[in-house]
Design a protein around this ligand. Structure first.
Ligand SMILES: C[S@@+](CC[C@H](N)C(=O)[O-])C[C@H]1O[C@@H](n2cnc3c(N)ncnc32)[C@H](O)[C@@H]1O
Length: 209
């Protein structure tokens, strides 16, 4: 659910307030503190603001293919007054070319709550993009629910997966070992860290080998 404000373009997704501090803690421990960070599927833009504020040494490039999302991201950037965020890009992770790649190399590529709420082609495209445009030692950060080696990690994730697939049969909770690790290996990414997060989510960080 996303809430609109009557007076400006900023959108609010209630789950962001619940998970943003835990995600920020993982960034401060495991992610680069400098360079350019490309965020794919920024949604409302609230995570972008929260993370860019905590990482003043990075230039944060948020974006989303949805124009309503981009309006919200722009409005949050203006509201925040932060100077280390770029105007939002419109990258579709599944597309063959990413115009934002003209800014590569990136020290990190970030996708929060995207790979399960998009066709699997988006996950494939994200991995390929990370393989091509991350700099040496660059990190790919994924956040969300994941299956592990064929099994859901909690009953709530089993239910969420069924709910996602009912909404769109191309969506669904991805399997870290069976779906994502083979894609990562194909593009020269190795699994760096997996951090258990609240509400049966994971932070999954890949490193460019
Ligand atoms: C559940 S929202 C997550 C937004 C935000 N990251 C968050 O956690 O609040 C999923 C987002 O993925 C975006 N999205 C869907 N398919 C995509 C694709 N192929 N490439 C990039 N973004 C995509 C949608 O526009 C939407 O904003």
């Amino acid at each position: 659910m996303t809430l609109e404000r009557p007076d400006d373009a900023r959108l609010t997704a209630p789950h962001v307030a619940r998970n943003r501090d835990a995600i920020r803690a993982v960034f401060l421990e495991h992610m680069p503190r400098s360079g350019q960070v490309l965020e794919i599927a920024s949604g409302t833009g609230e995570h972008a603001i929260h993370l860019a504020a905590a990482l003043p040494g990075v230039r944060w490039l948020p974006g989303d293919p949805d124009p309503h999302a981009r309006r919200s991201i722009r409005a949050w950037i203006e509201f925040s007054g932060l100077s280390n965020l770029a105007d939002p890009h419109a990258t579709d992770a599944a597309a063959e070319s990413w115009p934002v790649a003209e800014h590569a190399p990136f020290s990190a590529i970030v996708a929060i709550n995207m790979v399960h709420i998009a066709p699997f082609e988006a996950a494939i495209g994200l991995m390929r993009g990370a393989g091509r445009w991350l700099g040496p030692d660059g990190r790919l950060y994924l956040y969300g629910p994941f299956r592990r080696a064929g099994r859901h990690t909690a009953p709530s994730n089993t239910e969420f997966d069924a709910n996602l697939r009912a909404r769109d049969p191309r969506w669904g909770v991805r399997d870290l070992e069976d779906d994502l690790l083979p894609l990562a290996a194909e593009v020269g990414l190795e699994l760096h860290t997996v951090v258990n997060m609240p509400a049966n989510n994971l932070s999954v960080i890949f490193r460019k080998a």
